[in-house]
Design a protein around this ligand. Structure first.
Ligand SMILES: [Fe+2]
Length: 256
């Protein structure tokens, strides 16, 4: 029997989860990644993302404990983290988001994978995702995404097209979305903000920018192996939430 690529969600309280005994090399990997990413966010990432990094106040010289980041989120928006070993099944993932819980790994990539790791590690999960989990406008959308995703999982078989559509929307918003600001286009996607190459690429002329359109993005395939060539631009997190809920009402149905 083939092993499933998804890990189980055990959901122990984050305060009771032991912090791994990271090596000095692993702490050094975190420092290298964080220094590089923080050096690139100004003028490229959106203000709420940058404010989120300040609010969480990631330690520079050592890997943070998930429980400490989770406490910062709880104070800001009521969200919290749960530890997972790797990718979780989309149904489990949506059900966690619907309860304002974000699953994070606690392993860090190997030094030889410094610039890119195909399997998301804790730098991607923490630096990429948690800053915006301090922003109520973004989390309102993210929670709605979880509720509709969980509803779709309950209502439709795995082969139904709505599941792939939700994955694509997630990719083009949460992972690689851009936002219009008075200062110019800025990234809010976790995949862009946690990857130095993507961070520079996504706001450059090398990447095609498209107006936000959920019908188009829900039908566009994405590429997980290369820099993104097509990105979608929102005007605000309120627009993202409003238009997503309209789309989801039509394609998924009304949540409770
Ligand atoms: Fe991600």
């Amino acid at each position: 029997m083939e092993a499933t690529p998804y890990c189980r969600v055990t959901e122990k309280p984050i305060e009771s989860v032991p912090v791994p005994n990271y090596t000095d090399v692993e702490h050094g990997t975190w420092k290298l990644l964080l220094d590089k990413a923080l050096g690139l966010v100004e003028g490229r990432a959106c203000a709420p993302f940058i404010e989120g990094t300040r609010l969480i106040d990631f330690p520079r010289d050592r890997i943070p404990a998930l429980r400490d980041v989770s406490a910062r989120l709880q104070g800001a928006t009521g969200w919290k983290l749960t530890r997972v070993e790797g990718l979780v099944h989309p149904t489990d993932f949506f059900k966690l988001l619907a309860r304002k819980i974000f699953p994070s790994t606690d392993f860090i990539r190997k030094r030889e994978d410094l610039d890119y790791t195909p399997a998301p590690d804790m730098f991607h999960d923490l630096f990429g995702h948690t800053p915006l989990l301090t922003n109520p406008d973004f989390t309102e959308f993210f929670e709605a995404f979880g509720k509709y995703g969980a509803l779709a999982a309950d209502k439709y078989p795995e082969t139904h097209p709505v599941h792939a559509q939700l994955q694509r929307i997630y990719w083009f918003t949460v992972e690689f979305g851009l936002i219009n600001t008075p200062q110019g286009l800025r990234a809010y996607g976790s995949g862009s903000c946690s990857s130095p190459e993507e961070m520079q690429h996504c706001v450059s002329d090398k990447c095609r920018k498209h107006p936000f359109d959920l019908t188009i993005m829900s039908e566009r395939d994405f590429d997980i192996w290369h820099l993104q060539h097509d990105v979608f631009v929102i005007d605000s997190f309120q627009q993202l939430g409003r238009e997503f809920r309209d789309w989801a009402q039509k394609h998924v149905g009304a949540p409770d």
